[in-house]
Design a binder for this molecule. Sequence first.
Ligand code: SF4
Length: 336
Amino acid sequence: MGVELAYTDAVARATDGLYAKVAGVIPAIEWPVHAPLIAAINRLKHEKNAVILAHNYMTPEIFHCVGDFTGDSLALAREAARTDAKIIVQAGVHFMAETSKILSPGKTVLIPDMRAGCSLAASITGADVRLLRQKYPGLPVVTYVNTSADVKAQSDICCTSGNAVKVVEQIAKDFGTDTVIMIPDKYLARNVAAQTGVKVITWEGACEVHERFTAQQIRDYRTANPGIVVLAHPECPPDVVAEADFAGSTAAMIGYVGDRHPERVILITECSMSDNVAAEHPETQFVRPCNLCPHMKRITLESILHCLETMTTEVLIDPAIAARARIPIDRMLAIK
Ligand code: SF4
C-alpha cells in the first residue's frame, strides 16, 4: 500500500485551515512535511469510519490536525465508549488503548506503536497487587488509570490525577477504613495524602517524565521569569508541587489557562502540552520546560498513517480480565 506524500496544491487546499490552528507553534517551513501525512490520515479515517483519540501529550500536528477527540486519558476513554465509529486509533500510550478497549469491547482499538508504554504502568503487575492484598488484608486498592488491564482487574476502584482525593475519601468511607492502598505512583499518592485525612500506603512507581522536575528548577524559573504562574502535575514530587501556584491534572491545567488567562505561565508537565495549549491561547506567553515522554513520542503522523493503512496493531484483552477491569473504572465513574 502507501500513498503519494507530496505537498501538492490539493494537499495545501485540504490542510490550510488546519495550519491556521497551529501556525503559532509549527514553523511554516515544517508544514510541507506534515501536511501530506495529515491529508492522507484524514482521508483514510473518513473512508474507514475511524476516529483518532489524541492525548494532551501528542505533538501539535497530531493533537490539532488529526485528533477527532483530544484530552486526558479518562476523557479519551469516555469518547471511545460514546463514538459510533467502528475503529478507534489511540494516539497515546498502551494503557490508554487498553482502557478504551475495556470501555468499548465491541470496537476495534488500534495503537500506532505497541512499544508506547509507560513507566508507571510498567512498575506493577496484577501479581504484585495480589501480594499487596495479602500483606494488607481488607484494605481497598485504589489504582491510578496509568496501569495495565491486569492491574485494574485486581483493584477496587480506579482514579485519575483529577479525582484521586475524592476517590480515596469515598472508598475509605465505603470500606469503613482510615487507610487505603494507592498504586502505583508514589508521588501522586503522597500528594493526595497531603490533602486528606485518609492514610495512604503506596507503591514505588513514578512517572519518568514528572519525577525529573526539581523544586530548585521551579525556583530558577521564577527568578528568570518574575511574575510567572507555575502549574504542576500531581505526578511531580511533592516538593515540586509545593513550589507551584496550582497543581492539577492536564485537564485542570488547561482549564486554569482558559479561565484565568495568565500573562505568563509554565506547565510543569510533558513538553508537548505547552505547545498544544499555546496554540489555543496566543494571549498567554508560555515558558516551556522540555521533558519529553519517550513513550508518547513513539506516536507520529507516520505511525498513525501506517496504522490506518494496515489496521495494525490491534489491542486485545482477555474478555474475562477486561470485564473484571471495567468494575473499578465504572465504580470511579459513578462517583460524582
Ligand atoms: S508522561 Fe509519564 S505517566 Fe504519562 S505515559 Fe509518559 S511515562 Fe507514563
